[in-house]
Write a protein that binds this ligand. Structure first.
Ligand code: ADP
Length: 334
């Protein structure tokens, strides 16, 4: 692969509206990476079936994720933006990798345990082998860089294990994929209630979605947990206050952040004012994206063309990889 640009791959499940965590953990990096690398970004519709078997809203969710990615700056001329289910080679590679993944390690995965807890009546095998399908998605394009949030670190480690087992057994076919973020550290965008991370399906009043109206954004931010303020200068911040500062760092001007840091350290901070400022900065950040999304969603012909172009690029790369895979696995008999 010398002389070629590193290959990038990542995906987002169409399980609901995208939120600030998806933006800062994933899409912001996509937009920057598309200028520097060969990029494949996918709507992970097959992955969504592990937790959302009802497909009534799948089509509109897929269209929304595509539109939200594009509205955030993803350029379909530069990157391949496609749907996972349009690339059949994914399923073939998933099958081969399943033979190299062990039940014990899959059962130990944190996201598996968490999902089984959330849906005890549907702990299906797809949920168990989620990291295998994810590894297949990545290495199908022989990607080495995977822009994801902190919650995906363990899956990436598993992908590297599968790659190493494959390469060891069948020859050096795949590079080891690593999680990527421009700022060294992977990001976790915290939930507004101070507990856990923003997420598509949980704690919706504590998650800021790219589709939220200005009023809803204000309402959610104003409800964020605070207290009566510090009583000693330069005190450590409790988690939920640290989170508000963290959110501010994502969208507010440096002088604004400095002012509230100073107020905090002097014990003069007024959290009501801080949240008002944060709410307005969030509105300014989110509302242009929301308006763009609405425009894109109203043009179904354009979205169809986006999907076709993306699938074509992704299939081309997938076919080339699978030729090598079948050959190296000894599955070519003539
Ligand atoms: P969700 O957890 O909201 O269903 P996905 O599993 O589809 O989102 O993840 C899509 C991308 O968004 C992944 O790269 C994931 O790491 C990132 N991501 C999701 N939530 C957050 C968050 N709160 N902070 C940072 N990144 C996140």
């Amino acid at each position: 692969m010398t002389g070629k640009k590193p290959i990038v791959m990542s995906g987002i499940r169409p399980t609901g509206y995208l939120h600030l965590g998806n933006y800062f953990g994933a899409i912001r990096n996509y937009v920057r990476m598309q200028d520097e690398f060969e990029c494949f970004f996918m709507v992970a519709d097959l992955h969504s079936l592990t937790t959302h078997p009802d497909t009534k809203e799948l089509k509109s969710n897929v269209q929304r994720v595509l539109a939200e990615n594009i509205a955030c700056g993803l350029d379909t001329e530069k990157a391949a933006l496609y749907c996972q289910s349009h690339v059949f080679e994914t399923s073939e590679l998933y099958l081969y990798l399943n033979m190299l993944a062990y039940k014990g390690e899959l059962e130990k995965t944190a996201t598996f345990k968490e999902k089984v807890r959330l849906q005890p009546d549907n702990s299906n095998a797809g949920l168990l082998t989620y990291p295998v399908l994810q590894a297949a998605d990545i290495i199908l394009h022989r990607a080495s860089l995977v822009p994801v949030g902190k919650d995906q670190e363990q899956h990436l480690e598993m992908a590297r294990n599968f790659v190493n087992r494959f390469n060891h057994r069948y020859g050096n076919v795949f590079p080891e994929p690593v999680a990527f973020n421009y700022n060294d550290q992977l990001i976790k965008v915290p939930s507004l209630d101070g507990a856990g991370k923003m997420s598509k399906s949980e704690n919706q009043m504590s998650t800021l979605y790219l589709a939220d109206s200005n009023d809803l954004i204000r309402k959610k931010v104003m409800k964020a947990k605070t207290d009566t303020g510090p009583t000693t200068p330069n005190a450590n911040k409790p988690n939920y206050i640290e989170n508000i500062f963290l959110l501010m760092k994502l969208v507010s001007q440096q002088e604004v952040i400095n002012k509230f840091e100073q107020d905090y350290n002097n014990c003069t901070i007024r959290y009501g004012d801080m949240k008002k400022q944060l709410a307005e900065d969030m509105v300014e950040f989110i509302s242009p994206i929301r308006e763009k999304v609405e425009g894109i969603l109203s043009n179904e012909a354009y979205l169809k063309q986006v999907m076709e172009t993306g699938a074509e690029k992704a299939r081309k790369s997938a076919k080339a990889t699978m030729e090598v895979v079948r050959k190296s696995m000894g599955l070519k008999y003539f």
